[in-house]
Design a binder for this molecule. Structure first.
Ligand SMILES: [Zn+2]
Length: 116
């Protein structure tokens, strides 16, 4: 069923995914570069999240947990897609663009074949 009653759509206060708490603020008194849902802009700099600073901080924070970073980014891709398509069902971002934005910059993935 296609949702047609937008007036009944959930607002920002009842997003199922909750707040995103990474990357942590650095330095600790600075505003954290975390996403403002459901529009997924950075709270600190207003850029589409993850902004450049958020990517740097996440890389540093997950330096010893590359798999954890991949899982975190994939989970947020899923939540962002849900939020953004709900906000803009007729003209939402292309799935490939969302993948590049959230996941493709993350940890290096093993190639399909081993290099010679
Ligand atoms: Zn930012």
């Amino acid at each position: 069923m296609h949702p047609s009653g937008r007036a009944d759509e959930p607002t920002t206060t009842d997003c199922a995914g909750g707040a995103v708490d990474r990357p942590r603020a650095y330095p600790s008194h600075a505003p954290p570069h975390t996403p403002l849902r459901p529009v997924w802009c950075c709270r600190a700099c207003g850029q589409p999240w993850p902004c450049a600073q958020a990517r740097l901080l996440l890389k540093a924070e997950y330096a010893d947990d590359q798999i954890g970073l991949s899982l975190y980014l994939c989970g947020l891709l899923h939540e962002a897609a849900r939020d953004l398509y709900r906000l803009n069902p007729d003209d939402g971002p292309a799935p490939a663009d969302l993948f590049r934005r959230f996941v493709a910059w993350g940890p290096y993935r093993r190639p399909a074949v081993d290099p010679p």
